[in-house]
Design a binder for this molecule. Structure first.
Ligand code: ARG
Ligand code: ZN
Length: 472
């Protein structure tokens, strides 16, 4: 009878409860700090370990008069280990406060690493919200090898884009493509300006001379594909083929450039139809393009759902919209199917370049076979043959060989396995890894599985050998 239990037995029972509990000391297990990097040898400090971001909520006000932003970013993440502390990436800017699950947290900074120490350790599997209030003038991260990324001020606002590094220049983040998340982006700007970002528009409101533009990027996105374009734009939006299109063209562009950009943008539904025929359904609900009159960054970028272009991209149209085709092809290969490690960059650039070859053939501007033969005729001493496409080294992420020899690798695969199997490989690759992350090894295994052939020698010669492979 419970009432009459002798005292000694109660004592023994409570002791046994303690003994049956967690191992000695576990109640005080502080956990360990998450690592300062995601483990990418090209960029050891990009990304962080110990957690997985689910969602970024960005609320950022930008004042063109001072080039300064003021933001509150809430990051919902899940701990993948017991965490005593964890890192975020942030390059420049001033942190004003940090809370974790609503409680003030300590933070310290060392270069681009922010270490957040929550009041209590976060248990493994725990979903937690980190809120950072910060401000400052976002920088341009300079890279003499790759080109610059970050916040490029324009005559009427700013364009924020870059690859591989950009996110840490404007919001605290787990800044590595291996950690994808959905995004809600609210940009507050003087009411005479527009603020364009990723995904679908989610309304706007104006108060006291400032307009907040809201954007929802529901499909997971890697951090470098988040963008902002603030200034005056002519915005065109329409719905077609189940996709929400929204284009923004700077009215300050020279009239001919403006007309060519508008003409190329008008072909996006047709281009997406064409690419879907090879790659499967377009992976996102939003599409469109942005072109600003400045473009000092000097490249087009496949920012998710809404690539950004420079005026130079529309100086001529002899190449038949190939730049737009390239950035739209990245929506499948690069954005939806994203990298896990930067060394595999050819999985982005080789595929997007191959899409240009397919489009060129479709437009009657030269077949894929002709493009391949032209490039193959390049002398053995050319830089095209002197690099390892599937591991080019950090300064060489965007060298010509990554693009051209990457595309040639796909064409060599096509000649080896035949059209039917080749296009099945491309399509199922996009399907299986939709919204995911991939490696070159996975692609090779996938191609071998779909084709039923051993392709080791082919890929070794085309991707990993710094010399000219035999003609396939
Ligand atoms: N991914 C872009 C494209 O080929 C190129 C980005 C170049 N980046 C740079 N930092 N230069 O569409
Ligand atoms: Zn590209």
């Amino acid at each position: 009878m419970v009432r009459k239990l002798p005292f000694a037995l109660i004592l023994a029972m409570s002791t046994s409860v303690v003994l049956a509990g967690p191992p000695a000391g576990a109640a005080f297990d502080p956990g360990t700090p998450g690592s300062a990097g995601a483990g990418d040898p090209y960029y050891p400090l990009d990304g962080n370990g110990g957690y997985d971001v689910k969602h970024y909520d960005l609320a950022i006000r930008y004042a063109p008069a001072s080039d300064a932003l003021a933001g509150t970013v809430t990051i919902r993440a899940r701990a993948t280990q017991r965490l005593s502390a964890f890192n975020l990436d942030l390059d420049g800017l001033t942190i004003r406060s940090v809370t974790v699950d609503g409680r003030p947290a300590k933070w310290s900074r060392d270069g681009t690493e922010v270490t957040v120490t929550p009041r209590r350790s976060l248990s493994r599997g725990h979903a937690f919200d980190t809120r950072i209030v910060y401000d400052g003038v976002p920088k341009v991260i300079q890279d003499p090898d790759l080109g610059d990324g970050g916040a490029f001020t324009t005559d009427d606002g700013v364009v924020i884009l870059g690859e591989p590094d950009v996110a840490q220049a404007w919001f605290p983040s787990n800044d590595h493509p291996s950690d994808k998340a959905s995004f809600s982006i609210a940009l507050t700007v003087p009411k005479d300006l527009q603020a364009i970002s990723n995904g679908v528009p989610a309304g706007r409101s104006t108060a006291k001379g400032w307009t907040t533009w809201r954007w929802e990027q529901r499909e997971p996105m890697t951090t470098y594909l988040a963008m902002a374009a603030i200034g005056r734009f002519d915005v065109t939006s329409y719905r077609k083929d189940g996709i929400q299109f929204l284009d923004a063209i700077d009215p300050a562009l020279p009239a001919e450039t403006y007309a060519r950009a508008a003409k190329s943008f008008a072909r996006q539904p047709e281009i997406l139809q064409f690419l879907s025929g090879y790659f499967g359904p377009y992976p996102f609900r939003a599409a469109g393009g942005v072109v600003d009159a400045e473009g000092g960054w000097g490249y087009a970028l496949e920012t998710q759902g809404r690539p950004i272009y420079t005026p130079q991209d529309f100086e001529t149209q002899e190449d038949g919209d190939s730049i737009v085709v390239h950035e739209l092809a990245h929506q499948w290969y690069g954005d939806s199917v994203a990298l896990d490690r930067w060394r595999d960059i050819w999985l982005n650039e080789g595929f997007a370049s191959y899409a240009e070859w397919l489009w060129s053939e479709h437009e009657g501007l030269g077949t894929a076979q002709e493009t391949f033969e032209q490039l193959y005729a390049t002398p053995a001493t050319s830089s095209l043959w002197q690099s390892k496409v599937a591991d080019p080294g950090p300064p060489n992420l965007f060298i010509g060989a990554v693009y051209d020899r990457g595309a040639m690798t796909l064409h060599a695969l096509r000649l080896t396995v035949g059209d039917q199997k080749f296009f099945r490989i491309l399509r199922s690759w996009a399907q299986i890894h939709r919204n995911g992350n991939v490696t070159t090894h996975e692609f090779i295994a996938h191609a071998e599985r779909v084709s039923g052939r051993d392709l080791g020698a082919l890929f070794t010669a085309w991707l990993y050998t710094p010399s000219k492979p035999a003609h396939p």
